[in-house]
Design a protein. Structure first.
Length: 250
């Protein structure tokens, strides 16, 4: 059975228009991974121009991915941790896929095509300075972009059509069932009301860009700004990850 974390990432990349291949189907136990076994997915975006300049290194979303022609993707779904620079320095397995030897082996499977190194993580620090330090550390280790699970799940949930059956994806089917029974609100991923209040969904964004290319709905963020569900999710996921106090009973 496929890893749930990998299935979330695969569904998200395919939603962004990527053709995704999993080069390794077997699980590695009782030994270290070889250089050709570090990457979880090879992804090619036919809509992106070949040889284009990559987005600035940092936390990426749909807007940045639309400019990526090919990607080497590593999935590290450790959802109980927020990766500071100090933690990352002690966990080389997280970013080893971006090292020269591993990247060359993976790019050889793409026909020698240069590809962005994309790391999928559960969380980064909520503090802006610590978050910037973690991103800078990953950049120094060869990572071009970071995808966080919360924004990915937010956009997947928002794009699900409750009237369709997603039998070919357990992740999408589960999100569809939760949405059909009112456990997911439009434009958010909040199973338990009262923990965090997000902005109400607005109409489609009038601006051009990611909203038009991905089909996400417009959303009002907690700071009052308007953007796509995915764009707002990226900003709020990295800026508001500190634990919240339960709201007082009315």
């Amino acid at each position: 059975m496929a890893s749930v974390n990998e299935q979330i990432v695969r569904d998200y990349l395919e939603m962004q228009g990527f053709l995704v291949r999993q080069p390794r189907k077997y699980q590695i136990v009782a030994r270290a991974k070889g250089a050709n076994e570090e990457v979880d997915f090879l992804a090619v975006n036919p809509s992106a121009g070949a040889g284009g300049e990559l987005p600035e290194a940092g936390v990426w979303g749909a807007r940045e991915l639309s400019r990526v022609g090919a990607a080497l993707v590593a999935v590290r779904g450790w959802h109980s941790e927020r990766f500071t620079a100090q933690m990352l320095a002690k966990s080389p397995d997280v970013y080893r896929f971006a090292e020269a030897e591993s990247a060359r082996a993976a790019e050889a499977e793409l026909g020698g095509r240069s590809a962005a190194r994309v790391l999928c993580l559960g969380s980064l620090p909520g503090d802006a300075a610590q978050r910037a330090e973690a991103v800078a550390f990953l950049k120094s280790r060869g990572v071009d972009g970071v995808l966080l699970f919360r924004p990915m799940l937010l956009e997947l949930a928002d794009r699900i059509d409750g009237k369709k059956s997603y039998e070919k994806s357990d992740v999408l089917q589960l999100l569809r069932i939760l949405k059909a029974h009112g456990m997911l609100r439009m434009g958010q991923l909040d199973l338990f009301a009262g923990r965090r209040r997000w902005g109400k969904a607005a109409g489609p964004s009038e601006s051009t860009g990611v909203a038009e290319t991905t089909g996400t709905t417009g959303t009002t963020g907690t700071d009052g700004t308007t953007g796509t569900v995915e764009a707002v999710a990226v900003e709020e996921a990295v800026a508001e990850q500190a634990p919240l106090e339960p709201e007082a009973a009315e």
